[in-house]
Design a protein around this ligand. Sequence first.
Ligand SMILES: CC(C)(COP(=O)(O)OP(=O)(O)OC[C@H]1O[C@@H](n2cnc3c(N)ncnc32)[C@H](O)[C@@H]1OP(=O)(O)O)[C@@H](O)C(=O)NCCC(=O)NCCS
Length: 443
Amino acid sequence: MSNGSTTPAQHAAAATTIKPADLRGILKYVPRFKDQIFVIALDGSIVADENFGNLLVDIAVLRSLAIKVILVHGIGQQIQQLSAIRSIPITDAIGTGVTDAATLDLAIRASSRVSHIILEGLTQNALKCAITNAVRAVPLGILRGVDHQFTGKVDRIDTEFITTLIDKNITPIVSPIGFGPDGGALRINSDLLAAELAEALHATKIIYAAPSSGLTINGEVRREISADALRALLKEQPAAIPESERSKAAHALKAIETGTPRVHLIDGRTFDSLLNEIFSSEGVGTLIYGNDYQQIRRARRSDVRAIHNLTRGGVRRAELLHRTQQAIEKNIDQFYVYEIDESLIACISLASYPENPDILELGSLYVLPFYQNRGIGRRMVDYICMLAKDRGARTLVALSTQSYSFFTSTMGFEEADKKLLPASRLKLYEESGRNAKVLVKQL
Ligand SMILES: CC(C)(COP(=O)(O)OP(=O)(O)OC[C@H]1O[C@@H](n2cnc3c(N)ncnc32)[C@H](O)[C@@H]1OP(=O)(O)O)[C@@H](O)C(=O)NCCC(=O)NCCS
């Protein structure tokens, strides 16, 4: 591997020297990543780097493997250069401080230039792309007495617009300029933008390509760190991380807390860093990963109404058995909830049968439709399996009328005879008339 720049032709030649064993290594990732969304956030300085052409070839490789890519870019370096060339002082370079009118004007110019360079690069790689206006913003407002003027925060992302582009094989380019309620421009920090896009689009990964080898902690680049450890570090010892990397660390954490499972920090100046990070088990940058279960907690009495409201949609479609608020309250100890930003977005329950401690029953599994198909149901069931095992059960039972294939195909349950149910439960089963499939998993 070299750090120098290569032409696309040289890169392609290098690709043809991949050994069959390497190829097999890469191919094993293909079904796993197919159709997943990756948000790639490019620092302004990376777009200006001589390796940028190589990075775009890597992005073209991801697209050819049916990975859906959204590109977000920063403008930090370009706005500083424009400011120097035109002798116009700027109030902030990264989109978190105050943006006055002159700074906004330079930000728009810098952003158009950077978006255009990306357009050119993707065109050279025969990729269709489009610069979008999918980010609606509102002014950040007055914080601690300081009016941030034209600095914005994300209000809403037009996900339908972006997914329509992706579905048509068009790579969306999202610039760090959002559009306010009156259509006027607002400057948004690109690290934040990447995290917001990943949340709204249910991305599997964010990849921040920056001019550093990864996340540096106490002077050393860490290859991986859990979100829990990073949160503790940012709270207790923020100076352990260089200031230039702190924004990415904080936004990576935000992304994980709002449901994006993994965030990578790669060196955008290094040849092959993107493909190496994704397709080798060790990686070359820094991987920040969430604790799969950190958003799951035991339900409290104060959650009763929220659980009732949450499951109402499922009850309406007869996916779930109707339970009154009183019934949920009476059994609140059996419920577990999944929380994002202090809102409950999924629930599950674990019940026992007095006559048979070997068998526990999983029930009331419901994931809000907006959050479905991003691994939350799987995590909830895995968590309940772990709890059931801890409690010494041997068998976990689930009754399902419409989602039984989720349990059998995704979660490793098998269909079983209803006679397996303890007598008291069998009686309730017969009385309900739902004729649900009985599914079991041996723990
Ligand atoms: C069933 C349910 C809990 C799954 O949760 P989820 O968070 O969407 O699922 P995950 O993202 O963890 O799992 C995704 C996998 O399960 C599959 N899956 C999701 N819902 C499914 C369903 N209803 N039937 C069959 N398979 C399903 C997906 O195709 C995906 O498979 P893949 O990994 O091979 O691509 C959720 O869709 C739901 O709440 N449905 C309505 C309520 C319900 O039916 N509850 C079960 C009552 S016991």
